[in-house]
Design a protein around this ligand. Structure first.
Ligand code: PLP
Length: 287
């Protein structure tokens, strides 16, 4: 396996970074997770856009232009001879001194990892997920925007730990007012009376690229899709609930806080959207 690190490709065994890297010391940096389907990098422009916006927001200058970065990502996939893969792009502040001031970091570290994908087990899609709300809240957008996909994922990790402790598959993360925002690393949708709903991102969700792709797809197929605030109650009484994300694609939720959703089986619209999504991903991407 070849990793893009420090301007060139190095073997996995040699892909090491400094202990003085502020990405390591402070979680100072940004990242993206991207999928490759049948040799096509899915929604690469959208991922690059989000990466550069995350970087801009935390005053991190990526030393490559978007086109160069795009080439590096595509080259990493080719170098590893992958047709179906998960790509992780990491831009850290780079090595500096022990103080947290980023001024001591002169060069950001650019890392691109492409791996053949360990797919989520089929059974999970057939059975659906059990989710549970947690005490930890989504950080307020005015403190740190959820749109910054930063290397500091401690909030999401704490949420995941709480979900693990509660014995559920994924967390239902609320904002400080109690509105549903998203999962630990995926967006949430509910379906009620044929209408598909997802929280507006201003409530405190990352504007997921899969989320947006599903909204477009569902609209194209004639469904009504609304970005609207909802609470846990709306999740409990929904006809269907599902999560979306780069890694998980579209996955049904069949239980929330111990309440069975509808008949406790993945919903029809959910299954249909997963099917349609899998059909479009293969034909849509950068080679
Ligand atoms: N929400 C959070 C907090 C995430 O980290 C992710 C993963 O990227 C998502 C949602 C899903 O976004 P996407 O569909 O762009 O992968």
């Amino acid at each position: 396996q070849w990793i893009f690190l420090g301007g060139s490709f190095v073997r996995k065994e040699d892909a090491v970074v400094s202990v003085f890297d502020h990405g390591f010391l402070y979680g100072d940096g940004v990242f993206e997770g991207i999928r490759v389907y049948e040799g096509n990098v899915f929604k690469l422009d959208e991922h690059l856009e989000r990466l550069y916006q995350s970087a801009q927001s935390i005053m991190l200058d990526i030393p490559y232009g978007k086109e160069e970065m795009q080439q590096i990502i595509v080259d990493t996939v080719k170098k590893n001879e992958l047709t179906s893969a998960y790509i992780r792009v990491v831009i850290s502040r780079g090595p500096g001194n022990l103080g947290l001031d980023p001024s001591s970091c002169s060069t950001p570290q650019i890392i691109v990892i492409a791996e053949s994908l360990a797919l989520f087990p089929k059974e999970l899609y057939q059975r659906g997920l059990r989710i549970g709300s947690v005490a930890s809240r989504r950080n307020r957008p005015d403190v740190l925007s959820p749109q910054v996909k930063s290397l500091n994922y401690l909030n999401n990790i704490l949420v995941k730990l709480e979900a693990n402790q509660a014995g559920v598959d994924e967390a239902l993360m609320l904002n400080d007012q109690g509105y549903v925002t998203e999962g630990s690393a995926d967006n949430i949708f509910i379906v009620k009376n044929g209408k598909i709903m997802t929280p507006p991102v201003y409530l405190g969700a990352l504007e997921g690229i899969t989320r947006n792709a599903i909204i477009d797809l569902a609209k194209k197929e004639g469904y009504t899709v609304e970005e609207t605030p909802f609470t846990r109650h709306d999740v409990y009484v929904a006809d269907e609930v599902f999560l979306t994300g780069t890694a998980v694609e579209v996955i049904a939720v069949v239980e929330a806080d111990g309440r069975k959703i509808n008949d406790g089986k993945p919903g029809e619209i959910t299954d249909h959207l997963l099917d349609s999504f899998r059909k479009v991903v293969a034909s849509d991407g950068v080679q």
